[in-house]
Design a protein around this ligand. Structure first.
Ligand SMILES: [Zn+2]
Length: 1009
């Protein structure tokens, strides 16, 4: 503050204080400890006097408070508030004390460290209950209820002075904007008489000053700006993070109730919130609040948007998971609120897959919004409004939130936030930070405390009223929904794009140059998620087959509920591994439950099919994948190869072990294709591919070398892998123990290694006829802050490696030419990655890993990490997973990498043939496709129950006419979008249909029997 502004500053401070005319402590307080609320009811009895704040110590605790208050009669221009303070005011909202306030039995609003006031009516008898939560921060806590009387005239004048006064702080003293603002404030300050507060002379002077400010400043000086900051109330609520799901259920009630309360006071206030999961919580726990939300949605003041079931991670979930996030998310929003959601709203998610543009376009989504890419640690994306182009060529209009303070205070200049405020500084900063000014005059500020909820405050809304006038040197604010804002920006973007003859466009993934550890942290959850995705695929396919072939009812509700639990655990702090220990205990329990239910469901439906198969002996082997394959089954402890099993179908077989498929001798394993030699430390000293007469690994290098690196990120322990990790590898010192393993049609060497107090046991298997080399891995992990990778220094020449993502794949450089290349030192890939040269290549497959790195010709799979914050246990404990090497001729296409990776993840099922009805053939395929690039992934009943949905995609970047063959007669086949809305009908020729599929296209068919 400059000396000449001091007078105005002092005046603001005095008015702020003087607006509170009376404060009275509420002395009689009763309380009782309690736990998480089960039935939503306020306990009628059991209260005792509350005298000692020490009772409140401890985190994650709940109490019921009860107080009585008779509010006084008040003159007009006065209002009365209940005030609840805890001594933590102004600290981080998310983890500090909070409560839900009930006035005479009805939910009034939430309270927290930034929302301490509850507006009361004058001259009213109140029984007040507060369901109080201590939060997750240890330390001293108080509970100090009071009531306060505010003089509205003084309050108004305070804000009228204070907002432009704050604005002065970010204006150049030599600018016209500064001079004009300062001049009026200076004169207005002279009009206020402070000698005798609350006297008639005082109030008269306030009135004079108020009139002067309104006329000279707000009417005559303001309003020059063309730039607009569209403000929409918002609160980011992490569905679990430094608190559990149970706490989020409460956070949603508190935050939403506070929004509704402030909407009563501020008719201009609009609010948006995403995440049906949160609405579902409120619907169950606070139906009255939920009904009020619906009313505000009807009035156009509450915007339900966001498309997904919750703000999911977009690196790790499968393509089908992303489709279901949107399908079930949009369904809920439509059914509950009558709104067709148009925006994918993911402000806080750690990177965005290049599969998303197509998924969005085919789900009726028109806009994508985030702010997280501004957290990049190295490079700044050149655009904030642009067309984002995915792997298939689909484009989606994308807009970044640009709110930041002006100048950015203590954060990187690139940084922007979704937890915005409405201050002159943030309004100016949001516009200043926006890089497409020639395309749009509007930016968006999502204002409200967030991460753990809280939302907008009275203070923000008061400031908005002043900033909406357009202060000199500042953009003006307007209140719009996110959709209204995006529609305006998009229109202006295209108009200006045409005029400028250039359209900002970003092709490929929106890689976040940060939080690279989230592909690996909490291996437990990654594994469960992968297992669930495949189990659900299997259960849906089997249930669809059983219902098509035997009129068995399709378990749609049960499957939907299994999906919703899976989707919930894909939340952007759960699956990435960035939550606390308790969150992972919850998800372990949830996953264990749904895993069993889903497995039971699949078994039950397979049983129903097996009972009807026309065979008298042998095994029915079922293949739930959309292509015919040879796989293995484990029968009586032996792994046996099956021969070819039809797609989405079965075959009845006799299963016997063949002779002499794989030889194990000393430290070597050999089959008809490969010869492997293991060295003393357990690495592969030599891998010869006999088909091509070549050594797979570089000379003198070790294959499947387990590397350990120190892993001490600077800030976000579970989230990050520091770039410098590569400089501190650990040389493996201890020798391995080798022992041969014979397992039916496969055999190999079991390699046991110890590292400090951890053990790593791997069995390297070769099969009789399968081309994979498996590394079945069991780890007992006790280390902290160490990154474990399996390295494959391949004798292959290419500057790019290929990684599977959802519904396709993409290439990333293996060199570090630019800062953009270097920043991608750890990347996300799904079931496989591949490095190939002209006529030969090697794929690495896995059944639950996502972190990869590649430098030159060394491809590494990241196996484990173990952060200690926020979960001190993180990855300590037992791990079991498999990864495989798949050497092949040509590239990943000739190598059939995609299919092999699916096969590794989705074992065949089997049943011993029993006697029963004999209506079904002994060999059958429900649907298949002869094109090698096509993966039929999903077969399910349609959401409307009137047909079946088949989802397939091109996995090879090929434009094809796929031919599908069905095992049953069908009436009609339609092309659909991902929401299952039918489009054009396809021509059925007998049991075949020709389907055009373009590059990496996802095609959804609806078939009717
Ligand atoms: Zn978040």
């Amino acid at each position: 503050m400059k000396v000449r502004e001091e007078k105005i500053g002092v005046l603001c401070r005095l008015l702020e204080k003087q607006q509170v005319t009376e404060t009275h402590r509420i002395e009689e307080v009763q309380y009782q400890p309690c736990g998480y609320q089960q039935d939503g009811g306020i306990p009628a009895e059991g209260y005792r006097p509350f005298t000692d704040c020490a009772e409140l110590s401890g985190k994650d605790r709940h109490f019921w408070f009860q107080l009585y208050l008779r509010t006084p009669k008040l003159p007009k221009d006065k209002k009365i508030f209940l005030i609840v303070e805890t001594g933590r005011e102004g600290r981080w909202d998310a983890t500090n004390p909070q409560g839900l306030v009930y006035l005479n039995g009805a939910v009034a609003q939430g309270i927290d460290v930034n929302h301490t006031e509850v507006l009361l009516r004058q001259d009213t008898e109140y029984v007040i209950h507060i369901y109080f939560y201590t939060g997750m921060e240890p330390g001293k806590l108080e509970f100090r209820p009071a009531f306060q009387i505010i003089d509205c005239r003084i309050e108004k004048l305070f804000y009228d002075f204070w907002v432009p006064f704050s604005a002065l702080q970010n204006l150049d003293e030599n600018s016209l904007a500064y001079t004009r603002t300062f001049k009026v404030l200076d004169q207005a300050a002279n009009l206020v008489c402070l000698r005798s507060p609350y006297s008639s002379e005082y109030y008269d002077s306030l009135e004079t000053a108020e009139k002067f400010l309104q006329q000279k400043f707000y009417q005559e000086t303001c309003g020059g700006s063309q730039a607009v900051v569209d403000c929409i109330g918002h609160t980011h609520i992490d569905v679990a993070w430094l608190w559990t799901l149970a706490q989020t259920r409460e956070k949603a009630q508190r935050s939403f109730a506070t929004v509704l309360a402030l909407m009563e006071e501020y008719p201009e206030y609009k609010f948006m919130s995403s995440q049906p999961q949160l609405y579902q919580y409120v619907k169950e726990a606070a139906p009255a609040v939920y009904e009020k939300i619906k009313q505000r949605v009807r009035e156009g003041r509450w915007e339900v948007e966001g498309a997904m079931w919750l703000e999911a991670d977009c690196n790790l979930p499968s393509g089908e998971s992303l489709v279901r996030q949107i399908l079930y998310g949009k369904q809920f929003i439509k059914e509950e609120f009558g709104v067709d959601s148009k925006i994918l709203w993911l402000p806080d998610v750690f990177g965005y897959s290049a599969a998303l543009p197509q998924i969005l376009r085919k789900s009726g989504i028109e806009y994508f919004v985030t702010s997280k890419i501004s957290w990049n640690d190295t490079n700044k994306l050149p655009y904030d409004s642009f067309l984002w182009k995915g792997i298939d060529g689909s484009e989606i209009f994308t807009n970044f939130l640009t709110a930041q303070d002006y100048p950015p205070d203590g954060v990187p200049v690139n940084y922007s936030c979704y937890n915005g405020d409405i201050t002159p500084s943030m309004v100016k900063g949001a516009y200043n930070r926006y890089q497409q000014k020639e395309y749009s005059d509007r930016v968006m500020d999502t204002f409200g405390y967030g991460d753990g909820g809280g939302g907008p405050t009275r203070k923000m809304l008061e400031q908005q009223r002043r900033l909406s006038k357009g202060l000199p040197g500042y953009p003006k604010t307007e209140i719009h929904t996110a959709l209204e804002h995006l529609e305006m920006v998009k229109k202006s973007f295209y108009q200006n794009g045409e005029a400028l003859r250039r359209i900002p466009r970003w092709t490929g993934e929106l890689y976040l140059e940060y939080h690279r550890g989230t592909y690996t942290s909490m291996a437990q959850n990654k594994r469960y998620n992968r297992k669930m995705e495949f189990l659900l695929q299997k259960a849906e396919g089997l249930a669809a087959a059983a219902s098509l072939l035997s009129d068995t009812a399709y378990p749609s509700q049960q499957l939907r509920s299994l999906w919703l639990t899976t989707l919930k655990n894909q939340f952007h702090d759960i699956i990435p591994g960035s939550s606390i220990f308790e969150v992972y205990e919850d998800s372990r329990r949830e996953y264990a439950g749904i895993l069993n239910s889903c497995e039971d469901l699949a078994e039950e439906y397979l049983e129903r099919l097996a009972e009807r198969v026309d065979a008298t002996d042998g095994y029915l082997v079922y293949n739930s994948l959309g292509f015919a394959r040879t796989g293995t089954v484990s029968i009586e402890g032996k792994t046996l190869e099956t021969g070819r099993i039809p797609a989405f179908g079965w075959k009845v077989l006799r299963l016997e072990k063949a002779e002499d498929g794989v030889k194990v001798a000393g430290n070597t394993i050999e089959n008809k294709w490969y010869r492997i030699e293991i060295n003393a430390y357990g690495g592969i000293a030599s891998l010869v591919d006999k088909r091509f007469q070549r050594e797979v690994f570089q000379e003198g290098k070790i294959g499947n070398e387990l590397l350990l690196f120190e892993d001490f990120p600077q800030d976000y322990d579970a989230w990050d892998i520091p770039a410098y990790y590569q400089e501190k590898p650990l040389q493996w010192q201890e020798k391995a123990e080798l022992s041969p393993v014979y397992d039916g049609d496969r055999a190999g060497l079991r390699i046991s290694r110890n590292y400090q107090s951890s053990t790593i046991i791997q069995t390297v298997y070769l099969y009789r006829t399968l081309p994979r080399i498996d590394f079945d891995t069991e780890i007992q992990w006790s280390e902290e802050h160490q990154l474990l990778k399996a390295a494959f220094p391949l004798k292959i020449h290419n500057s790019h490696a290929t990684y599977e993502i959802q519904f396709g794949n993409l290439e990333r450089p293996t060199y570090r030419n630019t800062s953009w290349d270097a920043a991608r030192f750890e990347v996300c890939g799904h079931k496989w990655a591949d490095l190939s040269e002209g006529n030969y290549g090697v794929s690495i497959l896995n059944d639950c890993k996502y972190g990869w790195s590649a430098v030159d010709s060394t491809l590494c799979l990241t196996l484990l990490k173990c952060a200690t914050y926020p979960n001190p246990q993180a990855d300590k404990g037992s791990h079991a997973f498999t990864y495989s090497l798949l050497p092949h001729g040509g590239d990943y296409r000739q190598g059939e990498t995609v299919r092999e990776a699916y096969s590794l993840n989705q074992p065949l099922m089997w049943r011993k043939i029993k006697t029963g009805e004999k209506k079904l053939p002994s060999e059958f395929s429900l649907v298949s496709c002869s094109n090698p690039n096509i993966i039929i992934e999903t077969f399910k009943q349609s959401e409307d129950g009137k047909g079946y949905i088949i989802r397939l995609y091109d996995a090879h970047n090929c434009n094809t006419n796929a031919v599908l063959s069905f095992g049953v007669d069908l009436k009609r086949v339609f092309l659909c979008d991902l929401l299952e809305n039918p489009g054009s009908e396809l021509h059925l020729e007998g049991r075949k249909v020709k389907v055009p599929v373009s590059n990496f296209e996802i095609v959804t068919l609806k078939v009717e029997k």
